[in-house]
Structures are given as C-alpha cells and as structure tokens.
Write a protein that binds this ligand. Structure first.
Ligand SMILES: Nc1ncnc2c1ncn2[C@@H]1O[C@H](COP(=O)(O)OP(=O)(O)OP(=O)(O)O)[C@@H](O)[C@H]1O
Length: 610
C-alpha cells in the first residue's frame, strides 16, 4: 500500500490546514470576510422565509385582506434580496480571492527567498510542490471561507426546511437527511482522489511546460528551426498532454458515475415524497399550503445538502493541495544555517580549500575528490582544467550555494559552514559562466549588481567603461535606458526608440562583466569564463582592464584560454575533482604536466596559424 506522501505528495491531513487557511483569509481581508458572513446569513434564511410566506399566502388566498398584501410585500422584498445577493457575494469573493492571492504569493515567495542554497531548485519534487503551492495558496483560504459559510448557511437553511418537513412528515425528513451521508462520504473520497491525481500528473505537466517553452521561446528557436525539431517537440508535448488528459478523464468519469448514483438516490427519495404528499392531499389530510411547503422543503433540503456537500468536497480537495503551500512555507533550509553565525570580517589572510569532497547528491558521483588549495589575500588564482573537472562547482561552494560533504573551506580560518550565507555573498562579486541578461534597461542590468546603488548613473557608466561596453550602450536607441530584450516592448510600435534591443552574445557578456565590476570593492572577485564569447581584440582589452581592476584584490579567475590566466599569481589545475598541479605559469611549464600539455596544444594552434 502506498504512503499518504506518495499518494498526495503530503503527509499531513487536510483538516490541519483549516485553521491556517482561515487565518490567512482573515489576515488578508477581515472586512470582506465579515461582510461575507452577513450575506451568508441573509441568503440562507431567505429561502425558508419565502417558503413559509408562500404557504401563508396559499392558505389565506380565499380571504383577500391587508395582511395578505403585507405578506406579498414581504415576499417581493425577499425576492429583491435573493435576486441581488448572489452578485454581491460574487463581488465579495472576487475581493477575497485577490486579497488572499496577494498575501499567499507574498508569503510563498518570502519562503522561497529564504532558501540559502541551490539544491531545492534542482529537486523536481520541490518544483512540483512549488507549482501546486502557487496554485492553491491563493485560492484555498477563500474556498475554505466559502465552504465554512456554506456549512453555516446550509445548516441554517437545512434546519429551517427540515423543521418544516418534520412537522409534515418526520420519516421523510429523516430519509432526506440520511441520503446526504453517502453523498458526503463519496464526495470526500473523490476530492482526495482528485488531489492525489493532481500530484501524480505533476511531472508530466512540468514536461509539457518545458516542451511548450522550447516551442514558443526565443532561446531554442534557432536549433528548433534548423534541426527541424518542431514536430518532434510538438509530438512530445502532445504526448504529455494526452497522458495528463487521460488521468483527468478517468477522474471525471469516476465522478460522473458517482454523481449519477447519488442523483438517482436523491430523485428516488424526492419521488417517493411526492407520491406520498399527493396521496395525502387527495385524502384531504394535507392543505394546499402544506403541499407547497412540503415540495419547497424537499427541494430546499436536497439543493442545500447537494451544494453543501459540493462545497465541503471542494474545500477538502483545496485543503489537501494547500498542504503543499504549508510545506513550502515550512521548508527547511537546504544548507544548515547556524543560529549564531561567526562574524565575517574583511578578508585579511585568504581562503583555503582543505580536502574538499562534494557530490550533488548521494545518487551522483563525486565531483570534487579531496581538492586542496589556497587563494591568498590580495592575489589572483587562476583555475584551469578540462570540461567537467569541477571548476564551476568550486565556485558554487565558495559562494556557499552548497556545503562540502567532507573537508572544509575557510575564510581567514573561519569555516564557511559557520557563516551567514547572505553576509558571505555580500563580500563576493562574481561573473558566472552562465550569466544573466535581465529583461530590464541597460542601466538596470548593470545596477542590479548592487541594488542599493541602482540609480547611480555615474558609477554604472564607469563600470560599463571598465567592461568596454560603454560606447555600445550609449549608442542604443534610448542609451542606458534601452530595454535589453526582444520580447517585452515599452510601446506598441516596435520600431520606435521605445522598443527594446537584443545585444549580441559578446556584448551581453560585457554587460555581465560590468555588473560584476559595479558591485564594487568586494573582498573576493570571481570571474568564471568572463571572456568566452568575446572576439580576440575584445578579450585582450577586457583582460587588461580586469587585470587593472583585480590589482591588489583577491580574485579567482577561470578560463579555458590559458593565455588569459597565465598572468595570475598562481595557477591551480583541476582534473577529475582533484588538484593535480599548482604553481606559477613558468613552474608548471617546467613541470611538463597537464597544464604544460594543454598550454602547448593551444600555443601550437596559434603558431601554425602564425
Ligand atoms: N547541478 C548539478 N547536478 C548534478 N551534477 C552536476 C551539476 N552541476 C554540475 N554537475 C556535474 O559536476 C561535474 C563538474 O561540473 P562543473 O560545471 O563544475 O565543471 P567545469 O570544470 O566547470 O566544466 P566546464 O569547463 O565545462 O565549465 C560535471 O560532471 C557535471 O555534470
């Protein structure tokens, strides 16, 4: 038998979510919730009042007097209330949805932003949970309020009608009430199955989204067109959709079968009641008013019970999905965060990797196998090695996106595990290999390197000059205010200077370098392949500028172009997750090992061309 976690992706019972969901709704919109309670009271008592007033009218119809007109007046007023209330309720629910949606989103994103590392974002189950949490977080509180009000209001209506029905025929009243119990049980079971189904189809929905993004996105369009991948991806996307549709169809059919059975039971009870009431009226045991009251009560009880059961089932299903929201809110940090982190001062001595072992998960092979080396204060260390040797992984450990499984990385002797990740990152500037171009203006693309100085245009231009991209940005249609995008436009007219531009790969990389430079005087500068997309002249220029910028700063420079790192104070050669060579360019060349061989290969390529 499968565990609850396997079935619905969550271990908690739906009922434990009621209080947090209601609390979220009250916190988001207390006034709206109070108004909804009042409208629920009014709309649930109105049908009972209408049924009683109709009975009174029918019983007195033979004597037309002022009382009859007064009752008719009340009926008209009630009709008006019943006619307008649904619109008011709809509006109030809309308001509640918006308020809870905003608050839930705020809380969800705050919880995700609290995660210090990267591991959760690489975990498909976490991503599925995040998607369901995003869907349910905003809706569930409002659905639970709706369910609660339906429960209270429904109880009022049902109580009123059942009382009336009991006066006329207590057996029938009991039968109507009893017929609702299997309906409730069946609907609850169905809602649990639906929640489990939504968790089960999560991976297929994620894959479908991935294929559709490839088909519609700009990122893959060149390869998709050139390799003729559209049909292949389209087919994969439809296959995933057909798979999820199949699951949904099976669920809908199951629901249909249950609804037909429940409807038949309910119609049987109503039909039996009708036969009895007609027979009793024929035998003159019931008045016309009694008949009208019986029919209204029977219909009222059945309708109210039906909608009550429906609301409970919907709220139950939403509550099951709401557990994902609660689990994301309560998610544990993916790297251990100490309660009282060691204060991290400005780097004074250096950073030391000591016998660092790391793998991305126990299912993955070791990426680093006992790497040891030092980045001394004020010096530049060049890190080189074959593809997949673990260079970028070392950078990620240095930024504490993950912790080593064995060994340690120390900052002036303080183990990074003892530090606050935010404080550590505040002391680091980096240009990553897989740098970002944000859908923001050119100035903002540089300014986000240090958000507190986002509006300092002078500093932004200085950083752009350092990265050799100032003239290009100045020449854009709106200079530094031009959007760096091809997708989002400021205006309808895509030819206007308001529209965005798409920079070339090398230009984008220089903007990323400017962002790293703009971050300012941090203790450690990491440059992971900062010039991989640049032409030879630009590469030479940027390395000279970065060399100037690095002077006296502690930095880690990664590059496959060994000419760019040979000037580093020392070089570390990584192979298969181990440091295999260390030293200056000259000493490594003399050593005649991996570095000397790689350097020789690159140099010979240039010599032949020369
Ligand atoms: N998020 C991840 N999850 C699992 N494995 C990963 C992840 N990132 C990297 N790896 C694996 O770790 C190994 C080292 O990757 P890394 O990116 O550190 O190498 P690198 O030396 O920077 O390579 P390159 O020169 O190609 O940039 C590779 O085998 C890679 O497949």
């Amino acid at each position: 038998m499968r565990s609850p976690t396997e079935r619905t992706g969550t271990r908690r019972s739906a009922l434990t979510g009621i209080a947090p969901a209601l609390a979220l709704a009250f916190q988001a919109a207390p006034g709206t919730v109070s108004l909804l309670v009042l409208t629920a009271l009014a709309s649930s008592s109105a049908p009972v009042a209408v049924a009683w007033l109709t009975k009174l009218v029918l019983d007195r119809i033979t004597v037309v007097d002022s009382d009859l007109f007064a009752i008719a007046g009340c009926l008209a007023a009630l009709g008006l209330v019943m006619g307008t209330l649904p619109d008011a309720v709809r509006y109030l629910h809309g308001e509640l949805d918006r308020a809870t949606g905003l608050l839930a989103r705020d809380r969800l994103f705050s919880a995700v932003n609290r995660l210090p590392g990267l591991a959760r974002f690489e975990d498909p189950a976490f991503l599925d949970r995040l998607r369901l949490a995003g869907q349910s977080g905003g809706i569930t509180p409002s659905q639970v309020v709706q369910g609660g009000l339906a429960l209270g209001g429904g109880a009022l209506t049902i109580g009123g009608f059942l009382g009336s029905l009991t006066v006329i025929n207590p057996v029938m009243a009991a039968m109507v009430l009893l017929s609702a119990i299997p309906a409730l049980a069946a609907e609850i079971a169905l809602s649990r199955r639906r929640a489990a189904m939504m968790w089960r189809i999560g991976p297929a929905e994620r894959r479908e989204l991935f294929y559709s993004q490839l088909l519609f996105g700009l990122e893959a369009v060149k390869e998709v067109r050139l390799f003729g991948l559209a049909g292949f991806l389209h087919g994969r996307m439809l296959t995933e959709r057909i798979r999820t549709d199949g699951e949904r169809r099976r669920m809908d059919r199951r629901e249909l079968r249950v609804q037909i059975i429940l409807g038949t039971v309910s119609a049987g009870v109503a039909g039996g009641g009708l036969i009895w009431v007609i027979a009793s009226a024929g035998a003159r045991n019931l008045s016309i008013g009694d008949v009208s009251m019986f029919i209204a009560s029977m219909a009222g009880v059945q309708n109210s019970l039906g909608s009550l059961v429906g609301h409970i089932a919907t709220a139950h299903q939403q509550l099951l999905l709401f557990q994902h929201f609660r689990e994301i809110e309560a998610v544990e940090p993916d790297i251990p965060v100490v309660r009282q982190p060691a204060p991290l001062g400005p780097l004074g001595k250096g950073i030391e990797f000591r016998d660092v072992w790391f793998r991305y998960s126990p299912a993955h092979p070791w990426t680093l196998r006992g790497a040891s080396f030092t980045i001394p204060f004020g010096q530049t260390v060049g890190l080189v090695g074959r593809n997949g040797s673990g260079k970028s992984t070392l950078v990620k450990l240095l930024c504490r996106f993950y912790d080593p499984e064995r060994g340690s990385i120390t900052w002036d002797g303080i183990d990074l595990r003892e530090t606050d990740p935010a404080e550590l990152r505040d002391r680091i500037s980096a240009v990553f290999q897989d740098f970002m171009v944000y859908e923001l203006s050119a100035a903002e693309n540089i300014g986000v390197g240090s958000v507190s100085s986002l509006d300092d245009r002078g500093l932004i231009k200085e950083a752009a000059s350092h990265a050799g991209v100032h003239d290009e940005l100045l020449a854009l249609p709106r200079g530094y205010d031009t959007l760096l995008t091809r997708i989002f436009f400021d205006g309808e007219d895509t030819t206007s200077p308001m529209s965005g531009v798409f920079l070339s790969g090398g230009q984008s990389q220089r903007v990323a370098v400017a962002r790293g430079v703009f971050r300012g005087d941090r203790d450690l500068l990491i440059l992971d392949e900062p010039s991989s997309g640049l032409d030879a002249e630009a590469e030479h220029e940027i390395h000279s500028r970065l060399k100037e910028h690095r002077a006296g700063r502690t930095s880690l420079l990664i590059s496959h172009r060994l000419g760019a790192v040979r000037d580093a104070d020392s070089l570390v050669v990584l192979d298969g997750g181990r440091v295999v060579e260390q030293g200056s360019h000259e000493s490594l060349i003399r050593q005649g090992g991996v570095y000397a061989r790689l350097f020789g290969l690159q140099a010979s390529g240039y010599r032949e061309e020369g």
